[in-house]
Design a protein around this ligand. Structure first.
Ligand code: PLA
Length: 405
């Protein structure tokens, strides 16, 4: 039979998905997928936090709860508590009622709603993202109709921040352009500015009237501490200026599949905030009507119960510390093997990932010979390693570097 879709050509392959399928179809019992950023326990299993289990039990036992639609902007209490988590208890922007927060579908959904809003209401079409950045950023913003440009960020020579290049590029951006800044634990590089550098970034952003859009996908995963990881965002909010923040509970609460996050827009006045909110709701309604209830209920239960909140912060610190141990073990394992090169960046980098510096040929070699899957840009999820698999990865990297130089 004729198909209405017969003229469709296959979509170009998404690099992260390509690696995912290759790993899925590899029958090897020792295969290890370190491409996607989801946390694994020492046993190599996805981890459901105890605080989340407790919250879900409590919700399941509460017979007064129903499954009615949430409002377009989601669960009101969730929105308030999420804003507090990133902006802090004492945020004057919150006290002055100039903060709008709406529940969205995790970090991606928050970015997308923000992008649609900006495409419609920001005069300047240019949006700058770091080079490199999370692969989905350019898609999200260009599909919303914006013009994506890059600012220098990573210097492969130092495996650190190209701070001078970053400031130059931000300084040369058109006034009113949007600049996407990853709040902490930069993906894919694992390289974050210092607080002193953030202050200089803030000065350039404000003096050029750029509009910062923070991607806050990893709060708590950089340092293990929610407050420390919020410092960069708060620096910008505390100067009284405007910004957007896309927030995700996928990583820090391990709620990946619940798709729970929030978009916050900090405005200069309550009046502006009211108008902004009315327009955000216009973005949401034709897109998905209203957000899902379960993840928001879990997060709200944890954030408002001091006992569960404390349990959560302990577990979060535990995850961050385990990642640090894996970094240390991997670095030591490479040193023990005498692997050529300097691997200290594995310990210096921050967050779930290490940007190893391996090239695509080496990555493909490792997949073929060692059944370990990582992204073609050399990004590896340290959060997916365990004490048992560190030596497997170190063997693979050693072989790749010595044989595929
Ligand atoms: N922002 C950044 C910087 C991210 O790395 C990710 C996820 C998100 C937002 C969106 O996450 P969320 O929608 O689940 O909240 N990046 C992952 C997932 C973990 C992926 O790309 O498939 C990554 O592996 O890079």
């Amino acid at each position: 039979m004729d198909s209405s879709f017969s003229s469709i050509v296959p979509a170009p392959q998404d690099p992260i998905l390509t690696v995912y399928f290759a790993s899925r179809d590899d029958p090897s019992p020792v295969k290890l997928n370190l491409s996607g950023g989801s946390y694994r326990s020492e046993e190599g299993k996805p981890l459901v936090l105890q605080a989340v289990r407790r919250a879900e039990q409590q919700l399941a036992n509460d017979m007064s709860r129903d499954k009615d639609y949430l409002p377009l902007d989601g669960l009101a209490e969730f929105n308030k508590l999420s804003a507090k988590l990133i902006l802090g208890d004492e945020s004057s922007a919150v006290k002055e009622n100039r903060v709008v927060t709406i529940q969205c579908l995790s970090g991606t959904g928050s970015l997308r709603v923000g992008a649609e809003f900006l495409a419609k209401h920001n005069q300047e079409r240019v949006i700058l993202v770091s080079n490199p950045t999370w692969g989905n950023h350019p898609n999200i913003f260009s599909l919303a109709g914006m013009s994506v440009e890059y600012y220098r960020y990573y210097d492969p020579k130092t495996r650190g921040l190209d701070f001078k290049g970053m400031l130059e590029d931000l300084g040369a951006a058109p006034s009113g352009a949007i600049v996407v800044l990853q709040a902490c634990a930069h993906n894919p590089t694992g390289v974050d500015p210092t607080l002193k550098q953030w202050e200089q970034i803030r000065q350039v952003v404000r003096s050029k009237s750029l509009l910062p859009f923070f991607d806050n996908a990893y709060q708590g995963f950089a340092s293990g501490d929610l407050e420390s990881d919020a410092q960069a965002v708060r620096m910008f909010v505390n100067d009284g200026g405007e910004c957007l923040i896309a927030q995700s509970f996928a990583k820090n609460m391990g709620l990946y599949g619940e798709r729970i996050g929030a978009l916050t827009i900090v405005c200069t006045s309550e009046d502006v905030a009211r108008k902004v909110k009315s327009q955000l709701l216009l973005v949401v309604r034709p897109m998905y009507l209203s957000p899902p209830i379960h993840g928001a209920s879990i997060v709200t239960t944890i954030l408002k119960n001091s006992d569960m909140y404390n349990d959560w912060t302990v577990e979060l610190k535990g995850m961050a510390n385990r990642i640090l141990r894996m970094r240390k073990q991997l670095n030591e394992a490479l040193q023990a093997r005498g692997t050529p090169g300097d691997w200290s960046h594995i310990i210096r980098q921050i967050g779930m990932f290490s940007f190893t510096g391996l090239n695509e040929k080496q990555v493909r070699f490792i997949a073929k010979e060692y059944h370990i899957y990582m992204n073609y840009d050399g990004r590896v999820s340290i959060a997916g390693l365990s004490s048992k698999t560190v030596s497997q990865l170190a063997d693979a990297i050693h072989a790749a570097v010595t044989r595929m130089a």
